[in-house]
Write a protein that binds this ligand. Structure first.
Ligand code: 13P
Length: 219
């Protein structure tokens, strides 16, 4: 393994540990992948993050064939399919954060209640219909919900966030969970919050680009 690959594997592990430390994730749920060559590097299935070593990360060829001492995440299909269909992206992060997952259980998308929703590329963060974890059907639903977006909720499951780099995807994950928490807090008052218009969100998107935040706002 060359130093570039080693660094990618180490970054995946430190991002997993960060998700657990910040409460974005818990236990062995969640998984991370990063594009590598013509395939991807992905977390192994059901292994506690604090025991992971760089050699535990699995390389997955484009046809889904794994290489390494572990089995790949059960969600390897959507990781592979997202990276195959979105060549502008290099990282996929999946987790079950409490507020995103609460909205996903309710089948709610995150509407434009705050201008930061635009960091996911548009005026909402969609909720994909339910399908069994790890299934090709779930992957197809996720791809549709991610069209022109960099995040989507998964009904009765959790959230997927993507980025041009792992650091960007991790940053975006915190923003999405924050939006979900804000939406949940609004709903807890017993009212649906007032929303920004499409024009207002377009204005925000234009201003993000104008401020050179394109790297982070890569929908
Ligand atoms: P893996 O341990 O197989 O990655 O599964 C965790 C998960 O969150 C499935 O959705």
């Amino acid at each position: 393994m060359d130093s570039e690959e080693y660094e990618k594997r180490a970054a995946i592990i430190s991002s997993c540990l960060e998700m657990n430390r910040t409460g974005i994730n818990q236990g062995t749920s969640g998984n991370i992948s990063v594009r590598h060559g013509d395939g991807l590097l992905i977390t192994p299935t059901s292994m506690p993050y604090d025991r992971l070593e760089p050699e535990d990360i699995v390389f997955l060829a484009p046809d889904g064939t794994p290489q390494g001492r572990n089995r790949p995440s059960s969600e390897w299909r959507f990781h592979r399919d997202i990276l195959a269909s979105r060549t502008d992206l290099n990282a996929v992060v999946h987790a079950h954060p409490t507020y995103c997952t609460t909205l996903a259980i309710l089948g709610k998308k995150i509407p434009p209640l705050h201008y930061m929703v635009a960091v996911c590329g548009g005026s909402d963060i969609r909720c994909a219909p339910y399908a069994l974890f790890g299934s090709a059907e779930l992957s197809a639903h996720a791809l549709t919900a991610l069209e022109d977006r960099t995040a989507c909720l998964l009904k009765h499951h959790g959230v997927i966030v993507v980025g041009s780099s792992l650091a960007t995807a991790m940053w975006r994950m915190v923003e999405v969970e924050t939006l979900a928490r804000q939406y949940h807090a609004c709903l807890a008052t017993g009212t649906e919050p007032p929303l920004l218009s499409d024009n207002q969100i377009e204005e925000v998107l234009a201003k993000f680009n104008g401020y050179g935040l394109g790297q982070q706002h890569d929908a």
